[in-house]
Every structure is written in structure tokens, then in C-alpha cells.
Design a binder for this molecule. Structure first.
Ligand code: COA
Length: 245
């Protein structure tokens, strides 16, 4: 899908610069579900996605949205449609967004979307099975979070991140992503990065989160949650299921 450095993909990664598709094999752009079976999960890669936004979803994009934003939004909606089809076994209609940018799921459904570069993931479940879902995908990036680590992390997190396996930059990315996942699972409640304390989990590839203040009406101070993570190729995925309360 590329000629030389020029991307000719339906969702070009960059119009006149180095093409991601040229160094990222397709197999890396597939993300298996990390969730239990009651959660429907889907991923969509730009290389293979042929989803076309219906007018209602197209209208959610700013008129001057960049090609990158159009591509990621489209992939996110494509993944969400596929996940909903899997959950409900019917073709879902277009779905819109709430005041804070959150996707408006059909009644009785909870879910989350994340996209990065050429990949998007979405997860949905019935409200009778869980209270919420969180997801965050971090793609290949050179952004080093160390300069803003104190904004993302509480002092205790900075401490354990130094000793955690892997580079500090990768651990900070993991902490950042896990907090974004929790933010989405809590349906975009107003809170800050310092309202959640993360610690390495007891099981491999998990973190344990504890709310540092109450988020009324459903989440008292000290509410605990488990956030999972996995890597696939150059992507990091964090995720969580909020149990029924
Ligand atoms: C909203 C936010 C979580 C999106 O994360 P991101 O890393 O920029 O982008 P992602 O690809 O992972 O997710 C984007 C998707 O999240 C969803 N989303 C946006 N706002 C949301 C919200 N308030 N609640 C839940 N989901 C939301 C949307 O589906 C969006 O994709 P779309 O606009 O194409 O439909 C993030 O930008 C943000 O604003 N966070 C608020 C800061 C904050 O308080 N973070 C947590 C503190 S601990």
C-alpha cells in the first residue's frame, strides 16, 4: 500500500513522509482480546479497514480535522461498530458523542474506544455484566514522559517506577496509559491524574489502582481496581473491567 516513502493506503499514515506501513508488518497490527468472554472486543488496522463513516458520524468531525484525526476517528468508530455487532448480533446504527467527547453507547451498553497511529480498539459489554470498561492504546512514539512525570504520577508511583522492570520511560507510559483507561471506565468523571494511586499488581502484567478521593455517587475513596496491560508489536494496551457494584 505504499510506493517508496509515499503512502497510498486508504487511510494514509503520512502523505509526504515516511510510511508507517513500510516498517510495520500487518501481523503487528492485530490485537487479541485481553477481556473475559462477556466483553466484545474488536481492533481495526488502517491497512485493512474499509469502514466509511455514515453522515451522522462524519458530522462529529471538525470541518478542518487533520488527516490523522480523520483516520483515527474512523478507525475508532469502525472498531466500535464491529465490537457492538459482536455483542448485540445486529448491525448498530451510527453512534454519537456526549458533551465531553465520550461515545454514546446504546442503552444498556458500556464501552470504550482508543486509537493510536494505524490501530484502534474498542470494547463493549452489557451493563448487567459490569459497571464499566476502560481501554487505552499507546502506539510507537518517541514522546518521553519523564519531563512531566510529576504531573502524571504521585510520589509513591515515581518511587516504584524507578525500580520497575524495563526503562523508566516505558513505565511512565504504562502509568499514563493505565490512568487514561481508568478515566474512560469512569465515564469521563472530572478528576486528575493524582486522584488515582497505582501500584504493581500481585499478578503479572497488572497494576492495582486505588482512588484517592470519592467520585460520587458510585465510587468511594479507596475504591480498588485492577488494570491489565499487554504489548503487541510496538503497541501498549491497558484495560480494565469495573465490576458490578
Ligand atoms: C479523553 C481522553 C481520555 C482521550 O484519550 P487519548 O489518549 O487522547 O485518545 P484515545 O485514542 O485513547 O481515546 C480517544 C477516544 O476516547 C473516547 N473519549 C473521549 N472523551 C471521553 C470521555 N470523556 N470519557 C470516555 N471516553 C472518552 C472517544 O471515543 C475518543 O475517540 P473519538 O473522539 O475518536 O471518538 C484524554 O484525551 C483526556 O482528555 N483525558 C483527560 C485527562 C484526564 O483527566 N486523564 C485522566 C486523569 S487520571
Amino acid at each position: 500500500m505504499h510506493e517508496g516513502n509515499l503512502c497510498t493506503n486508504a487511510y494514509p499514515c503520512r502523505s509526504n513522509n515516511l510510511c508507517y506501513h513500510s516498517f510495520m508488518p500487518n501481523r503487528m497490527l492485530k490485537m487479541p482480546s485481553p477481556f473475559p468472554s462477556f466483553v466484545a472486543f474488536a481492533s481495526q488496522a488502517a491497512e485493512t479497514c474499509d469502514y466509511r463513516l455514515p453522515p451522522e458520524e462524519q458530522a462529529l468531525l471538525a470541518p478542518r480535522a487533520t488527516p490523522k484525526r480523520v483516520r483515527e476517528f474512523t478507525l475508532g468508530r469502525a472498531a466500535a461498530h464491529l465490537a457492538l455487532q459482536r455483542l448485540l448480533a445486529v448491525e448498530p446504527g451510527p453512534f454519537l458523542q456526549g458533551e465531553r467527547g465520550e461515545p454514546l453507547w446504546p442503552t444498556g451498553v458500556v464501552g470504550a474506544i482508543s486509537h493510536s497511529h494505524d490501530l484502534a480498539v474498542a470494547a463493549v459489554a452489557r451493563q448487567t455484566d459490569c459497571a464499566g470498561l476502560g481501554l487505552d492504546l499507546q502506539g510507537p512514539t518517541t514522546v518521553d514522559l519523564r519531563r512531566i512525570a510529576h504531573k502524571i504520577c504521585l510520589p509513591a508511583e515515581l518511587e516504584w517506577s524507578e525500580a520497575y522492570p524495563g526503562s523508566t520511560a516505558d513505565t511512565l507510559k504504562l502509568i499514563f496509559s493505565a490512568k487514561e483507561s481508568v478515566f474512560k471506565a469512569l465515564s469521563g468523571e472530572r478528576w486528575s491524574f493524582h486522584d488515582l494511586l497505582l501500584q504493581p499488581g500481585t499478578e503479572s502484567h497488572t497494576l492495582t489502582g486505588r482512588l484517592q478521593r470519592a467520585l460520587p455517587p458510585h465510587f468511594p475513596t479507596d475504591t480498588e481496581m485492577t488494570i491489565g496491560w499487554r504489548t503487541e508489536g510496538t503497541y501498549l494496551l491497558t484495560y480494565l473491567v469495573l465490576p458490578l457494584r
